[in-house]
Design a protein around this ligand. Sequence first.
Ligand code: NAD
Length: 344
Amino acid sequence: MTQQSVALIGFGYWAPNLARNLNTLAGGRWRYLVELSAQRRERAAQLYPRVRVTDDLEEVLADPAVGAAIVATPAATHAPLARQLLAAGRHVLVEKPLALATADAAELAALADQRGLALMVGHTFEYVPAVLRMRELIEAGEIGDTLYLHSQRLNLGRIQSDINAFASIGPHDVSIANYLVGRPPQWVVAEGARYLSRQVEDVTFVTVGYPDGVLAHMHVSWLDPSKTRRTTVVGSRKMLVYDDMDADAKLRVYDKGADRLDPDAYGAWQYRLRDGAMQVPSLPMTEPLAAEVRHFLECVDTGARPRTDGWNGVEVVAVLEAVDASLRAGGARVAVASPARAVR
Ligand SMILES: NC(=O)c1ccc[n+]([C@@H]2O[C@H](COP(=O)([O-])OP(=O)(O)OC[C@H]3O[C@@H](n4cnc5c(N)ncnc54)[C@H](O)[C@@H]3O)[C@@H](O)[C@H]2O)c1
């Protein structure tokens, strides 16, 4: 079987990381790079002289050897580019977020299903070993019932002007929370502020409600003194802390909790606090982006459905859209849309 060639679209801040992995994993299959900026094209051509660098997507689409494309352009261009690629019969990996509107995201997911193509979303954190282990621990019942989650994704920069902080980096927290809870969210409440920009929120505090009272609170900001990338999951038996900035202990499992005892003489409940051992599970050192690109190539080759498929992307975009509506409505509770998942 001849393996289909791949094109990379965009070569801005993030795409060079995809390019490095494509170069290693896809080798000669990486055939084109499409970029609108002449300066960025020149940079790509220097780094990867074997790859054909162009500003014309049509040139790529005219080449029948190209079976797949990776889209790493600004968020607003994701839906039109993915639509064009899928309509032209190409498998697509789109950087997060899949689209800016739920209707667009659902249309792309359905189009991929109809055409029997892989549509994958670059929810990189669903390929992070610590996050995979957290889900394994939750599924094995190790932490008891998942009660609530909270996450912080903070830094000074990179300040964007086209989308707010939550739409830019919050998709990571939503994808992590959706993956760990394992069920689609029902509602959101979002507060935010525009301290730097008049157009978009630099700081957001978002609460996402899941079935059975599970809450996920997400603090996302590009105006903060400390670079923080942390997710905490509180279960009825144990608690998990994933700290991506901690090189030695990315994941900690705490045997901590509060066990309810029989009521005292006055009928009040008593609690025994459990402050047991902390464990640091050993985790593989794989680069998440390498795992993501490898998975996409496997799906292209085998026809398998990507783990982070279009419908996974829809569930994240639906939260982003509800967050925007809540921000516009002064922090009102807004229901998260749940477009029907078509099955291939
Ligand atoms: N997975 C992650 O951890 C992660 C991290 C950072 C960024 N991202 C995502 O990567 C994407 C790109 O972000 P960025 O920060 O690199 O943006 P960027 O603005 O730095 O780069 C985008 C590039 O795309 C080019 N471009 C725009 N429209 C194009 C088109 N139609 N055809 C070809 N090239 C086009 C621009 O010229 C620019 O060089 C975004 O979706 C972002 O959310 C993902």
